[in-house]
Design a binder for this molecule. Sequence first.
Ligand code: GLT
Ligand code: MN
Ligand code: MN
Ligand code: MN
Length: 386
Amino acid sequence: AYQPTPEDKFTFGLWTVGNRGSDPFGGEVRGAKTPAEIVYMLAEVGAYGVNFHDNDLIPIDATPAEAEAIKRDFRKALDETGLVVPMATTNLFYDPIFKDGAFTSNDPKVRAYAIQKTMKAIDLGVEFGAGIYVFWGGREGTETDASKNPVDAIKRNRDAINFLCEYALEKKYDLKFALEAKPNEPRADIYNPTTGHMLAFIATLDHPEMVGVNPEVAHEHMAGLNFMHSVAQAWEAGKLFHIDLNDQYPGRYDQDLRFGSRDLKAAFFLVKFLEDIGYAGSRHFDAHAYRTEDYEGVKDFARGCMRTYLILKEKAKQWNEDKEIQSLVAEINADDGAMSSYLGKYSAEKAAALKAQPFDRAAIASRGLKYERLDQLTIDLLLGSR
Ligand code: GLT
Ligand code: MN
Ligand code: MN
Ligand code: MN
């Protein structure tokens, strides 16, 4: 049981299982793997797809001949394993040129280079079949607000995304963009810090229809937010194009923990939401193994992400079929129709009638809502006691 299948659409980035465990206080603890080797490893654990940054696949300094050789090996690994590449993205944060941002840098040369690099990375992603293109602007921010006008930064960001939308349209690429928010790290503050900010920004673009979001569990948790609520808002707006699953203790550095390993209850409600709405996109695990692990441990990590998702999916089904839980849910949502003539779309008559309607505040407020019982039933179910 809990064996991943292609229908589950579980994907990992080359940078996730390929993460070598370095952190700001210590170097790499695992040896390097080629992109092709990572594809075979992902196939072994049962993943459906692999995503990459341009420079995960092809080092920034590679010669054209080196690039061709890497692509050939990578293509062969994909062909042999059946893995697909649903998403690609650009590394606009590692190279020193991006130390003060990419699209929002104060230096026009950096801004132009960032757009050039992204066009080439889009070509590369499309070459391998990517249908979603992610933008994570890790360096788009500040340490001191003496350095940049945030309104200029918003405009520069918008100009860059508009330019790249036109580029993809002109090339007739079958591609949608997904913007990924993060509140901080590596910058002290990053612009458009939450999924909600990104949704508001998207509405100001020239081609909002081709741009959605890529919310990440850890990033909203770093901001102290309820991730599932952000995902729900994106979904309701038709903007949930992709999702980055992992886990995170709030108030800490970006941990990228194995999915569901920190806040099981939040992970449960997230999986239940995604399954209830029939989310059809990739379930991408943007996480990495503990620094304590060798590559066997990396496989344990990857298998764990998928296994936890599948267990929670089963729990969600059980929750939806549980008679006691569902009778409480029905009771909570009961509607005797008495207010139907007042609710919904506005009319002057409705407003006048509603203004004249008496309400017994004390009687309405005195009803206990049984949410304690409902939550404990959920906890019992999650702990395997139901
Ligand atoms: C980086 C970051 C992630 C982004 C990746 C895409 S790179 O690992 O922490 O959240 O999704 O650029
Ligand atoms: Mn992250
Ligand atoms: Mn990260
Ligand atoms: Mn991410």
